[in-house]
Design a protein around this ligand. Structure first.
Ligand SMILES: [Zn+2]
Length: 293
């Protein structure tokens, strides 16, 4: 065999998503769980200051700071901008990544089950996602294609990028045993695949996935304040089709706002707590079929 594949396993990129932080603590106590043939696995607790404050971030979202242009921009000096530069110095530079593949552990307050988020059509990520889908029921793949150097996510610091493991629903600042176990098992399958991918795997030719299509914002008043909420009929309906006429918002006045957008789409990140500051209520996703092999 040639050189070992280098995997970076990241928790605490968002300080109030506790699952990844507690998994890192578990693996510190039980490092054998991460050992696989042909792999070198290292861990990174990304944003300890935000974790201490039990906040997603202190100044800006760390998981939007890794575009090469921003890493090179010395005028970005807020806490997470400096933290991203420090992480990039440790695991990069971006054009010369030290790790082949990055697994970044996240949670969501939306009812999205086990979702694997890919930012690329990189064969490693697609095949690893297909492998996890084969070995765990209900795993969803969400994908969008971006240029690695301009990709703002931490996983873009990997040579073959990586996968965000996004599990929910769980409130911010809360541990949920099922979410913890689902995340732990998904990571185990990812490492299994990365360990043995050189061997001939019986993966499917294609997988079903979802691509981001658009953001839908809450109803707001003249000052921009949110004056409505996700309609009860939409709550928890992540990955279910949305049709014209379906109720999507319940306004404080009792008015119901119905969906009148494009057809053939599903909802995702429905009522994600982290997006209230942008009045982002949910995302519209398009079902797609991705070629794996
Ligand atoms: Zn997150």
């Amino acid at each position: 065999m040639s050189e070992k594949t280098k995997v970076l396993l990241v928790g605490g990129t968002h300080g109030n998503e506790l699952t990844g932080v507690h998994l890192l603590q578990r693996w510190q106590a039980a490092p054998d769980e991460l050992v696989r043939p042909n792999l070198t696995v290292t861990t990174l607790f990304a944003n300890t200051a935000a974790w201490q404050a039990n906040r997603r971030y202190l100044d800006a979202d760390l998981n939007r700071q890794f575009a090469q242009s921003d890493l090179q921009n010395e005028t970005i000096t807020h806490q997470e901008g400096r933290l991203a530069k420090s992480i990039a110095a440790q695991i990069g530079p971006k054009d010369q990544p030290k790790h082949d593949f990055i697994i970044d552990l996240h949670t969501t307050t939306a009812n999205m089950g086990i979702t694997l988020v890919l930012n690329s059509d990189c064969a490693w990520a697609l095949r690893a996602a297909a492998y996890v889908q084969q070995h765990m029921a209900g795993v969803v793949v969400m994908s969008k294609t971006t240029d690695r150097m301009e990709d703002t996510f931490l996983i873009s610091m990997g040579r073959q990028r990586g996968i965000i493991v996004e599990v929910g629903p769980v409130p911010q600042g809360v541990l949920n045993g099922q979410v913890f176990e689902d995340t732990r098992i998904a990571v185990g399958h990812l490492l299994d695949y990365l360990s043995t991918m050189a061997q001939n795997r019986s993966l499917p030719d294609t997988i079903n996935a979802y691509e981001f299509e658009a953001k839908v914002t809450y109803p707001v008043d003249d000052t921009g304040a949110i004056i409505g909420m996700i309609h009860p009929a939409l709550q928890n309906r992540d990955y279910h089709p949305i049709s014209v006429g379906d109720p999507v918002f319940l306004v404080q006045t009792g008015e119901v706002i119905s969906y009148n957008g494009a057809s053939g789409l599903v909802g995702g990140f429905i009522n994600e707590a982290a997006y209230y500051d942008q009045a982002h209520a949910f995302s519209l996703l398009r079902p797609v079929v991705l070629k794996v092999l």
